[in-house]
Design a protein around this ligand. Structure first.
Ligand code: KIV
Ligand code: ZN
Length: 543
């Protein structure tokens, strides 16, 4: 039997499959149930080492997540740092049309900080978590199940006295004794939780078993139909998406996920995989989400760029090769009919041929319109800076694509916002050649003072970085360095991402230019500025 995959927007094909799967569902638009998308890119996703987004970057990602249509944004963990508190607060005040969530341990101060950060939101939710597995209760807390539950209930009641919407997570739920988990879930519902989230904290579950756990809770917990049951899966065994879908099939109606699958260790279930699996196989699952799938690629790129985390080429949905067909047989099939080898069309996730290409003669108005279509809201001063940089790029590249504009805008609006511009790159010169040791001369400005140094290196970029170190008078360990072309043309803009560390601190810097040496130098200087800012804020921990 064949199934129509996508009758509303063109049919990518019929799927012949095993007849005994056919009795699975007979879904129609009327019987479809909604799955709520809870995005935790800015909280679990931001826990990856060295991500360190500033407040403006977090806000820009949150605004894009709202455009993407997520139902809830977990904006951060406000007690963790004053910077995170301010970022969550700004998101709560400025991002509309979605619920803003703040994380808190089962601790009064955490809950207070969470509430103070999100109380200005259109809709807010406090997310309280406390481990429920014996391994965590005994080894981390040195207590017993009863006392742990008491502690959780007390915290939940306090959170409920502040905020009507409360999510409760028994951390490490997938390794918790199921009978005890039933008791925990039942009691947190009775105490006022509106969402109960079942985390597979260590990515230990497998789909059938995790789905079974959700079915067991649905069956045993009284009152469970009055709350939204949620799941939060980690990807340690590469099963996060599969586990989440198994949970949905057994009654979970909120899925926690991140863009590009970012998150602690191996990451979380990936938003784009869940959304597109639910959409593409709605015939099988019978669910829908309110995500605007055409915003997926733009969101993925923004997150990747700002977090300095490249997306692997073969990543499902958003990887560079996700829609690339290389074998002759496949290419032949695609040319005859795309449904032969494609179950999702690139345009469904927002991959389009460059719609409008700008040139140096496009003028202010066209650029302004393009920027506003991309969702950026710039002040006059910011726009002027973007326009000037656009002219420089247009001069070199002739044709400026959407991706170039995005990079220029991001470079201007995110540059050292809350980190101050201690050092600025004035100029650099590199001499290199066959058999010659590369040598770089770099000039930096620190307030009104211009400082200069020269250094040799293993390559031109190494020489530049060493010269910058000489100017600032400190050695910085290079943890990671990447350069990526923004578009595929020969004159493409390059975005360099640099991660440096000093003492216990790490910072990320980005720089863009049509000249990759310049992009690298800018990125290195930005990383150093951020590092100095961190060292200044935490003088006891660092130098
Ligand atoms: O993985 C986890 O258990 C978490 C909780 C805070 C939900 O991130
Ligand atoms: Zn997590």
């Amino acid at each position: 039997m064949g199934l129509d995959l996508d009758e509303d927007e063109g049919d990518p094909g019929k799927l012949e499959h095993n007849a005994n799967l056919d009795d699975k569902k007979n879904n129609t638009e009327e019987t479809m149930e909604r799955i709520f998308i809870f995005d935790t890119t800015l909280r679990d996703g931001e826990q990856i080492p060295g991500a360190c987004l500033n407040a403006r970057e977090k806000l820009e990602i949150a605004l894009q997540l709202a455009r993407l249509g997520v139902d809830a944004i977990e904006a951060g963990f406000p007690i963790s740092s004053p910077g995170d508190f301010e970022a969550v607060k700004a998101i709560a005040e400025k991002v509309k049309g979605t619920t803003i969530v703040a994380l808190a341990r089962a601790v009064r101060e955490d809950i207070e900080a969470a509430w103070n950060a999100i109380k200005g939101a259109e809709r807010s939710r406090i997310h309280v978590f406390l481990p429920s597995s014996d391994i965590h209760i005994q080894k981390k807390f040195g207590t017993n199940r009863e006392k742990q539950l008491e502690r959780g209930l007390e915290a939940l009641k306090y959170a409920k006295s502040l905020c009507p919407e409360i999510e409760y997570s028994p951390e490490d739920a997938s390794r918790t004794d199921p009978e005890y988990l039933v008791k925990v879930v039942e009691q947190v519902i009775a105490a006022g939780a509106t969402v109960v989230n079942i985390p597979d904290t260590v990515g230990y579950a497998v789909p059938e078993q995790f789905g079974g756990l959700i079915a067991y809770l649905k069956q045993k917990v009284s009152g469970i139909d009055n709350i939204v049951l949620s799941v939060h899966c980690h990807n340690d065994l590469g099963l996060a998406t599969a586990n989440t879908l198994a949970a949905v099939e057994n009654g979970a109606r909120q899925v926690e996920c991140t863009m590009n699958g970012l998150g602690e260790r191996a990451g979380n279930a990936s938003l784009e995989e869940l959304v597109m699996a639910i959409r593409t196989r709605k015939d099988y699952f019978g669910y829908f989400t309110e995500i605007d799938h055409k915003e997926i690629m733009k969101t993925s790129r923004l997150v990747s760029r700002l977090m300095g985390m490249p997306v692997q080429a073969n990543k499902a949905i958003v990887g560079a090769n996700a829609f690339a067909h290389s074998s002759g047989i496949h290419q032949d099939g695609i040319l005859k009919d795309r449904s032969t080898y494609e179950v999702i069309r690139p345009e469904d996730v927002g991959i389009t041929a460059h719609a409008m290409v700008l040139t140096a003669r496009s003028g202010r108005h066209a650029l302004k319109q393009k920027i506003s279509e991309m969702g950026y809201d710039l002040g006059e001063q910011e726009f002027e800076a973007v326009y000037n940089q656009f002219l420089v790029v247009a001069d070199k590249k002739k044709q400026v694509y959407d991706e170039d504009v995005a990079v220029i805008v991001q470079d201007i609006i995110f540059a050292d916002l809350d980190h101050g511009k201690l050092y600025m790159l004035e100029s650099y010169k590199v001499t290199t050649g066959n058999g010659e040791v590369p040598e770089a001369r770099v000039r930096l400005r620190r307030e009104e003072v211009i400082m200069e140094a020269t250094s040799q290196g293993d390559g031109p970029i190494d020489a530049i970085f060493k010269a910058i170190d000489k100017v600032v008078g400190a050695y910085h360990k290079l943890e990671d360095f990447q350069v990526k072309a923004v578009t595929e043309t020969k004159e493409a803009m390059g975005v360099a991402t640099v991660r440096v560390s000093r003492e216990d601190f790490r910072a990320l810097g980005r720089g863009s230019s049509t000249d990759i040496l310049k992009a690298s130098a800018k990125a290195y200087v930005q990383a150093i500025n951020r590092l100095y800012w961190l060292l200044k804020r935490n003088p006891d921990d660092g130098q």
